[in-house]
Design a protein around this ligand. Structure first.
Ligand code: CA2
Length: 158
């Protein structure tokens, strides 16, 4: 099996580029997935993209990624589940899969209910407010940063 990154998008992200361009821009989910695939290819990695409007399917995808030794990590924009989901928090923690949390907008600059993330405490990195390019940086990170779970990486971070 090819070494790969999973790009996982949650509820309503299939609507990207169709409404609220002042918040989310005009790029579509297909554009996001193409960007990630191209960026992964630059690093010699396959990128597998999934989108679901269902929390449980996101949990399943995280568990599958965590079981797969060829999965380098997950780029996760969990959409609104970011702000509600203990199940996603537990899935990330329980599988120890590497996760970069991505948001197109900056939730901290929006309504108070978006200021809490259940995922940030268990994410390796968070990219928020950078628009669609943030997905590419998340792929870059997973492809190039030392795996913090490996003994080689211990002591390399400030
Ligand atoms: O900024 C982000 O990427 C978010 O994860 C997007 C979520 C939102 O609930 C988070 O607070 C921040 C919502 C995704 C909905 O996307 C739409 C895009 C276009 C039109 C309608 C919804």
């Amino acid at each position: 099996m090819a070494r790969h990154i999973v790009v996982l998008n949650g509820p309503n992200l299939n609507l990207l580029g169709t409404r609220e361009p002042e918040i989310y821009g005009t790029a579509t989910l297909a554009d996001v997935e193409r960007l990630c695939a191209d960026r992964g290819a630059e690093h010699g990695l396959e990128v597998r993209c999934r989108q679901s409007n269902h929390e449980g399917e996101l949990v399943d995808a995280l568990q599958e990624a965590g079981r797969d030794p060829d999965c380098v990590g997950v780029v996760l924009n969990a959409g609104a589940c970011t702000h509600t989901s203990v199940a996603l928090h537990d899935a990330i923690k329980g599988t120890a899969v590497r996760v970069v949390e991505v948001h197109v907008s900056n939730p901290h600059a929006r309504e108070p209910f978006r200021h809490t993330s259940y995922l940030s405490p268990v994410a390796e990195m968070v990219v928020a407010g950078a628009g669609v390019p943030g997905y590419g940086w998340a792929v870059d990170h997973l492809a190039t940063a030392p795996d913090p779970r490996s003994s080689d990486a211990r002591g390399t971070r400030a």
